[in-house]
Structure formats: C-alpha cells, structure tokens
Ligand binder design. Structure first.
Ligand SMILES: Cc1cc2nc3c(=O)[nH]c(=O)nc-3n(C[C@H](O)[C@H](O)[C@H](O)COP(=O)(O)O)c2cc1C
Length: 356
C-alpha cells in the first residue's frame, strides 16, 4: 500500500470514529438533556446498594445516579440526600416506592432538598405524589409496564418513562425488554423513554437508542463496582454467576402469590420453596388460615436483601441480580463501565460505517 493510500485509510478511520461519536451523542442527546448529564445512562436504584457513594460516583462519572429510598423513613432519606450532595454537585435522582406509608413526606423531603428528578417505582404513581413532585418543580419518572399505562402516564403529566424488562434484577414484570421496547418505543414520542433490564454492553444500548429510546438504566453492573458499598461476597457472587443463575422467584401455589423477584439461586431460594410447601400444608390441614399463610410466605424474605448486600450472607440472603450478571466479570470502577459502554456503542457505529 502506498503512503498516500495508508494516510487516506487512516484519515477515513479518524473520520468514521469522529462521526460515530457525534452520532452516538446525537442519539442519546434527548436523554442526556433531560437528566442534565453527559451520558444518558441511569444507575438504577438498588435498595441498600444505591446510597451516597455509588450514586455520587455514577453522577460524577457523567451518568445519573439514583438513591434507592426503599423503606427508609423521611429523616434518613433527608440525610442520605444531603450526604450525596456533599459528594457531588452533579444531578442525581431519588427512587421512591409508591406503597411507602409516608410517600408524601418523602416527596416533600426531595423537593426541599432540591432533588431534580424523582422516580416513582412499584406501581401506578398516586395522584397526590405526582402533583407534589411536579408542583415542587422536580421531574417525575415512572415505570411503564405496558403501552396502555405508558400512554396514561404521559397524559397524567409524567415527564419520562422507564421500561424495564423481566431480564432485570430485583422486582420484575412478566415481559422482556425486547418485547416491551417494540410495544412501547414506536408509540411514545412525547416524553423520553429509558430502557432497562439485562443491559450490559454498549451495542445493546445503541440498538435501543436507534429504536427510539432516549437512554438506558443499568443496575446489576453497577452493584459490583469498586465504589459500591456491597459486601465483597456479594460482588464476588456476581462475578461467579452466569446469566442462567439469575432466576425469578418461584411460586408453588396460585392461591398464595409470590412477588416475582429476580436473583441468584442459593440456599435461601431453595429454603423458600420448602417454606412455601410447609405453609401450604399447614393451610390445608387447617393449622393456618389463608391470611396467616400468605403473611408467612411474604415474611420469608424480610431483611434478606440487607443480609446479602451488607452482611455478605450470599447463601441465605436475597442476592437480587439481573440476567446481565453474566456480563459482570471483574470489579470495575463506575467510570470504566461508563467509558466502556460508550466506546462499545461508538465502535459498533464505526464498524457499520466501515461495512458500507
Ligand atoms: C440488588 C438490586 C436491588 C434493586 N432494588 C431496586 C429498588 O429498590 N427499586 C427499584 O425501582 N429498582 C430496583 N432494582 C432494579 C434496578 O433499579 C434496575 O432497574 C435493574 O437492575 C436493571 O436491570 P439490570 O439489573 O439487568 O441492569 C434493583 C436491582 C438490583 C440488582
């Protein structure tokens, strides 16, 4: 190859890479503008994991960290927000669970602290909370499990949606992201839609951006980062696990519903089955009435996520993880993961340009 040709090829490569970077920026620009970030990538709220350190690390690295309020009382949430603000000046959000008995107080805490984005999870956003978020000047993000609800949420004033497929870690719906994205993305244009569940690589995020998503939310990959306060046992169980080890909770009897939660199979998940069988037998023999039996099944996992995340008991605790856990192969920094996701997306665009 002559020098002129080599030079032309190398300048074409630089050109492709610049164009690909600009194309990626443009595809994710709506999501990034909505979040006020460099990258339209949210670190999905994870109870016990998404606290000040991880949230600030994600926001400082150009993503959007989200505090998981979980069952925290308002006073604790207030402290967690202030502590996060001490670690970052970048935007971050707070995820509140709709069935929290003090939801309205939690919303007020967020508003008073100047949190710009509130994510309402665990059900249809209740009217008073929705109005309070909006009146307080914050943006409201909700999870849309189906197109009809997505449309309804947009009409009621929700500012952005997350569609989370059943591949995700934690509490899940029944439909995969592949299907939800096809059902929802072509029809919801008025607000940004972020995709979640099973995402571990930039090429996949790129695919959804091209389908009309504004950005993506990842949980599992961030749980095992250097900045995550999760116990080393928790992180190492993620590194060891394959996608097929992250399974939804199993329900033995339709009379006794079990909330679907995806996590790593362990002694705890095995004992949960035995516990259900025992409780159902007691119900059948008349030893327990229906309510007591249901409560006993529901109580099985009380405190179990904390046991796994904080205490490191990954055999008996609840090791919530998405199918993306198979893509966790090392403890990385948050910044490395974000850079990797972006470079994978850009490389996919370069490869496409080179094929043309
Ligand atoms: C350990 C763990 C805890 C989670 N806790 C919550 C939570 O408290 N609230 C919530 O809305 N989502 C929760 N999620 C879901 C994440 O926010 C995110 O949407 C999900 O992890 C995305 O899928 P991925 O795990 O495949 O990346 C949790 C996920 C994990 C892995």
């Amino acid at each position: 190859m002559g020098i002129a040709l080599v030079e032309q090829k190398s300048s074409e490569k630089t050109d492709y890479s610049l164009k690909a970077t600009l194309e990626f920026e443009s595809l994710q620009s709506r999501g990034a503008a909505f979040l006020g970030t460099e990258l339209a990538i949210l670190g999905g709220a994870m109870s016990w994991v998404s606290e000040r350190n991880l949230v600030a690390a994600i926001s400082n690295a150009g993503g959007f960290g989200v505090i998981a309020c979980g069952a925290m009382p308002p006073e604790l949430l207030e402290k967690e927000i202030a502590a996060t603000q001490a670690l970052t000046t970048k935007p971050f959000g707070v995820n509140l669970i709709t069935m929290h008995p003090r939801l309205d107080d939690l919303v007020q805490i967020c508003i008073r602290a100047g949190v710009g984005h509130v994510v309402l999870a665990g059900g249809i956003p209740p009217g008073p909370a929705l109005r309070a978020v909006k009146d307080g000047g914050a943006k409201l993000i909700a999870f849309a499990p189906a197109l009809v609800l997505a449309r309804r949420f947009v009409k009621t004033g929700v500012d952005a949606l997350i569609i989370e497929g059943s591949e995700a870690g934690g509490h899940i719906g029944p439909v995969s992201l592949t299907v939800l994205a096809q059902e929802i993305l072509p029809h919801i244009k008025d607000v940004p839609v972020f995709v979640a569940g099973g995402l571990g690589r930039g090429e996949a995020i790129l695919g959804y951006l091209e389908m009309g998503a504004s950005g993506a939310q990842l949980g599992t990959r961030f749980a095992a980062t250097a900045e995550s306060i999760a116990h080393p046992n928790f992180k190492h169980s993620f590194i060891r696990a394959n996608a097929r080890d992250a399974l939804p909770s199993i329900q033995l009897d339709e009379r006794f519903p079990v909330i679907p939660v995806r996590g790593l199979v362990n002694e705890g998940t095995k004992r949960f089955l035995a516990n259900q069988a025992e409780v159902i037998a007691k119900f059948q023999s008349g030893e327990l009435d229906k309510t007591a039996a249901q409560l006993s099944i529901e109580h099985f996992w009380a405190g179990a996520l904390r046991r796994a995340v904080i205490d490191g008991d990954v055999e008996n605790g609840s090791v919530m993880a998405g199918q993306s856990v198979g893509m966790v192969t090392a403890i990385q920094s948050v910044a490395d993961i974000l850079a990797e996701l972006k470079s994978q997306a850009v490389a996919a665009l370069v490869a496409r340009a080179e094929r043309r």
